[in-house]
Structure formats: C-alpha cells, structure tokens
Design a protein around this ligand. Structure first.
Ligand code: CU
Length: 214
C-alpha cells in the first residue's frame, strides 16, 4: 500500500484515540462529588454561634484549583453606612463589586496583606471593584465611618461553604481527587485533614472545629 493512502487512516486512528481519551476525561468530570456534614465545637465556654462565621473549604492536592466563574460577581454593598453583607466568602481570583448604595461618600480599604487595597472615596451610585487573588481573611473598613467594618474570607478554591447556624455545610460539584479539607474561623486556629473523593462520591463527614490534643 502506498504511504500516501495509509496516512489518512493513521490520522483517523489518532483522532479516535484522542476522542476516547477526551471521553474518559469528561466521564469523571461528569460525575462530580460532594462533601456534606456537620461541624461541632467542643470548647468550654464557647458555642458554635460565638465562632461564626465559619468556612469549610477544600484545597486540591493533585491539581491546581480552577479559576472561579467570572459571573455572577460577588458583591459587597455600602448601605446605611454598613457593609452588606458584613461577611462574605469568595474563591481566590474573584473580583468583588462594591457599589455605594448610600447618598453619602464611602471608601473601602483593607490592610490585610497580601490582599490589601484602597478603592478611594466614591459617591452615591458608583461602584468600584477589587480582585482578591490570595487565600486568607480580608478585613474591610471605610476611611470616613469608623463603625463600618466587614470581612471577606478568600478560599483557595471554588469549593467552599459557609457553615449554617445548625453547623451543617454542603460543598457540591467537586471533581474526584485528593483534597485537604480545612476550616476557618477568625476566632479559632485552622484545622486540616486529608480526604479522597472517588468519581460520583457523596462524602458525609463530622468535622471537629478544634483538633483534639495529641
Ligand atoms: Cu463610609
């Protein structure tokens, strides 16, 4: 058989092989996992409500975390001389809109390195935005109104949940793989544990917000 006639057949075989690989890859992506559970606090004199807000989040160990979706953009309003909401959790790389809904000037700034920023003063109806690239807590202030305080927790991946008042959380749409499951509260040290998720797995967990002494 002349070489020229064989080439298209090779190309077809290669294409079919590639399609097979792509199908195998997408089958695991089509079977996302979930992590649900309840967090508990056993610390004398402290109730769960005292340490809220608490964020439970996953940090992937096998591959870098994907960028968060570009829309809808998370938003912190300045309304009635308060940040609304006063607490928000976002994924690293998120751009947060900060519209001024009041009739007076406000400013938003943060000293929380390495996400520190200053949006300057801006009037009613205007909105400015900040992109938070680094995981960690970001405290918000207004240079005019001392009583205006707020906070944003930047999770290292889009897979996070803010704990409900009942201590429950649900993180869905997670690809299979190995993760570090971590908890954050401004009032508690971070806890970490490794978990592994098989394709389509719905994992149920009890999470202790304070690691037992070893
Ligand atoms: Cu203000």
């Amino acid at each position: 058989m002349p070489l020229r006639a064989r080439a298209p057949r090779f190309a077809l075989a290669a294409l079919l092989l590639l399609m097979g690989v792509a199908a195998a890859g997408s089958s695991s992506a089509a079977e996302p996992c979930s992590v649900r559970g309840r967090a508990s606090l056993s610390l004398a004199g402290l109730a769960l409500a005292d340490v809220q807000p608490v964020v439970v989040y996953l940090e992937p160990l096998d591959a870098p975390a994907p960028a968060p979706p570009a829309s809808p953009r998370p938003t912190v309003h300045q309304r009635d001389a308060r940040f609304a909401p006063r607490f928000l959790a976002v994924a690293a790389g998120s751009t947060v809109d900060m519209p001024n809904d009041d009739a007076i000037y406000h400013n938003v700034f943060s000293y929380s390195k390495p996400n520190d920023f200053d949006l300057g003063l801006y009037p009613a109806g205007q909105s400015r935005a900040v992109t938070l690239r680094h995981p960690g807590a970001v405290k918000l202030y207004c240079s005019i109104h001392e009583s205006m305080t707020g906070a944003i927790f930047v999770a290292p991946s889009p897979w996070f949940a803010v704990l409900g008042a009942d201590g429950r959380f649900a993180i869905t749409g997670v690809p299979p793989g190995r993760y570090e499951l971590a908890t954050w509260s401004e009032r508690l040290p971070t806890t970490r544990r490794e978990i592994a998720l098989r394709a389509g797995e719905a994992l149920e967990l009890e999470v202790a917000l304070v690691e037992s002494a070893r």
